[in-house]
Write a protein that binds this ligand. Structure first.
Ligand code: PRX
Length: 633
């Protein structure tokens, strides 16, 4: 790699001023930043009301910007809107029907361009189709699809009629999908037959078949057949494209209350059961719109590419709702980052003249490994802003991204946020000074701090818990069917929202994220609960007990290691280990399969029987074990 370690260490505490051309065209000038931030937190209601008025279309104006009591807040009380109206109709009405909404491409280089007008047509047809199938406002629809335009259409069609979507990432197994369908009692499931990754077809429909078996409340499965398919659809199955053909392209957007739910998205926590994070329409539309516009400084003619899958929150907020609401053209790519070769992403930036590129540290580190000769083959001069999300962007990766992708001529924004926060919470805006390795400052309207367990701010550069001290418009409103899990975010270091990350804050107020404080792992940017993997492991007939830890990994950020106690009479063999890994793949999906499994005689536990993963991790990494006074043995 071109940059050496000493140079990196020197640069960590350096401040990077954004290039002049980025500042020149930016919505917010650096000298305006501080006063605008102050205004946004001194009078958040006024601040958000102004943005809501200037940026979005409301069928009916709200009575009050913020109401409610800790920790249940409502935003834009009695305001009426429909997020798809803001994402589609609004642009068409302002004469931008033929503007491209998406350029869809894949690893074979195929290309489909979809305008805002065409997208609205498809969304309305599917919305009418869903209505004809009996889907009503408040019903749940599960979506399990690859990164294709049909997935975006499916999400928006639900939002059009007020049904809640619950998108499940395609990397999850049939049984993980089934659990999510059951929890939400989805009436309809929308899927596609397959995706292609690294030249191989991966079947989605088979997983759906298995997931919905004997679930009587799933009334219909809508299947998007893909090129070359000729499935004979059975019983409750309906062809996606036929359904679109049969129904009218006119469907008025349902008038929704600002606090009506928009979607559920399951995410991992510290128990074996993922939680269904629920977002509502008004605050989410506003916050994702505004952060998309300001953090990426997006202007109408920009070409924007967010590499996330809609199966995760980044895809929801910054591939679908945010960019559509702002009205830009997005690239939608189906495939792996390095197939057919490690230059595929750079070739897409070159071909489509991408201006703003939003990706993840795990991908950046992968490209660092392949070396800078790959990006050098392409013209990346269209890039103006680079973004990162999902895990800490270490200074080395920051600098590589900045130098070799951005040619030292782009602003780089490292955005910290979560499924629960709906949108960006901590990040520098592009026109403002950045510090490699530090996410930056709180976004407008966000009061973030680093505190001790008692809720007191820690000294600068001291490790503490990242909290958000005031509600913000796009915070989760509850956890589906489990309100007590929602309360926990706000009651652990009351009255603050506890993010679950460790962080520091420097003298200038820049926040550096150090990683999770709880037993949640980030593996290749995917959030996975150790408890989920442990329950999958112990559901294998040979496993008696299991404990899972995350180990630092050069590319993935973290890799999963499991420690197992096997049942009497079972042999510790390579075959058994392979079999257990396969079992986890079936239970959860390939993303959760441990890289390493070690069979042990005992696990460190507290006297009350809780596994001390901290001890296992310290031992594994050769670190100090710390206080073990509560250890049983
Ligand atoms: O640990 C933080 C990490 O990802 C977690 C949230 O995961 P998820 O809900 O899946 O959402 C990921 C995409 C928003 C956080 O608690 N994380 C996210 N962004 C960053 C980050 N860690 C460090 N730096 C970031 N920029």
């Amino acid at each position: 790699m071109a940059t050496d370690k000493n140079e990196i260490l020197l640069k960590v505490n350096q401040v990077y001023n954004p290039p002049r051309h980025v500042v020149a065209g930016a919505y917010i000038q650096p000298e305006e930043y501080e006063s605008l931030y102050e205004e946004s937190i001194q009078d958040p209601e006024r601040f958000w009301a102004r943005i809501a008025e200037d940026e979005l279309y409301w069928f009916q104006r709200w009575d009050k910007v913020r109401a409610g009591e800790h920790p249940n807040y409502q935003w834009f009380v009695n305001g009426k809107l429909n997020i798809t109206y803001n994402c589609l109709d609004r642009h068409i009405k302002s004469g931008r029907r033929n503007q491209l909404a998406y350029i869809c491409t894949n690893e074979d280089g195929d290309e489909v361009k979809v305008t805002y007008g065409e997208l609205l047509d498809k969304v309305c047809r599917l919305a009418n189709g869903l209505k004809a199938l009996g889907v009503k406002k408040g019903d749940r629809v599960a979506i399990y699809m690859p990164q294709i335009i049909e997935q975006v259409v499916a999400m928006l069609a639900c939002a059009r009629i007020g049904a809640l979507h619950s998108v499940v990432f395609g990397g999850f197994s049939a049984s993980a999908l089934r659990m999510r369908i059951k929890e939400a009692r989805a009436k309809v499931v929308i899927t596609a037959t397959w995706t292609k990754r690294r030249g191989k077809k991966i079947n989605y429909k088979m997983n759906v078949d298995e997931a919905v078996e004997d679930l009587p409340f799933v009334e219909k499965v809508i299947v998007a057949q893909r090129e070359g398919d000729d499935y004979e659809l059975v019983e409750k199955e309906i062809d996606f494209h036929e359904l679109l053909q049969r129904h009218s392209p006119c469907c008025d957007a349902e008038v929704m209350d600002a606090e009506d739910p928009l979607f559920i998205l399951y995410t991992s926590g510290t128990t074996g059961k993922p939680k269904g994070v629920l977002h509502t329409i008004g605050g989410y539309n506003l916050f994702t719109h505004y952060t998309t516009k300001i953090v990426f400084d997006l202007h109408e003619n920009d070409i924007y590419w967010c590499t996330a899958d809609p199966g995760w929150i980044t895809g929801h907020s910054y591939l679908v709702y945010g960019p559509l609401s702002v009205g830009v053209t997005s690239v939608l790519f189906e495939g792996a980052p390095d197939f057919p070769n490690p230059g595929v992403w750079w070739s897409i930036i070159d071909r489509y003249r991408v201006n703003v590129f939003y990706s993840a540290p795990t991908a950046i580190r992968l490209f660092m490994k392949y070396g800078e000769t790959w990006p050098q083959k392409y013209d990346l001069s269209s890039l103006r802003i680079l973004g990162s999300v999902g895990e800490p962007l270490n200074p080395e990766a920051w600098l590589w991204f900045y130098e070799h992708i951005g040619s030292k001529n782009c602003a780089l924004v490292d955005t910290w946020w979560q499924t629960e926060t709906g949108g960006h919470m901590v990040t520098t805006i592009p026109s403002y000074r950045a510090k490699p390795g530090k996410a930056g400052k709180p976004f407008f309207g966000v009061v973030a701090d680093v505190v001790d367990r008692a809720g007191c701010s820690v000294e600068p550069n001291t490790v503490g818990n990242l909290v958000i001290k005031e509600p913000w418009p796009s915070g989760l409103r509850t956890c589906w069917n489990e309100p007590e899990r929602y309360e926990k975010y706000w009651n652990t270091i009351a009255p603050y929202y506890l993010a679950g990350d460790l962080a520091t804050k420097d003298e200038d107020g820049y926040i550096m994220i150090l990683g999770r404080a709880d037993d949640v792992l980030t593996v290749s940017g995917h959030r996975i609960g150790t408890a989920e993997v442990e329950s999958a492991l112990v559901s294998h007939p040979a496993v008696a007990e299991a404990a899972v830890i995350g180990k630092p990994h050069e590319l993935k950020g973290e890799s999963i290691k499991g420690f197992l106690i096997i049942k009497e009479g079972q042999n510790n063999s390579e075959k058994l280990i392979t079999d257990i890994k396969l079992h986890v793949r079936r239970e959860l999906g390939s993303l959760a399969v441990p890289d390493e499994l070690e069979i042990v005689d005992s696990l460190p536990k507290t006297r009350s029987g809780k596994i001390m993963r901290r001890v296992l991790k310290a031992q594994e990494l050769g670190m100090d074990i710390g206080d073990i006074s509560t250890l049983e043995d």
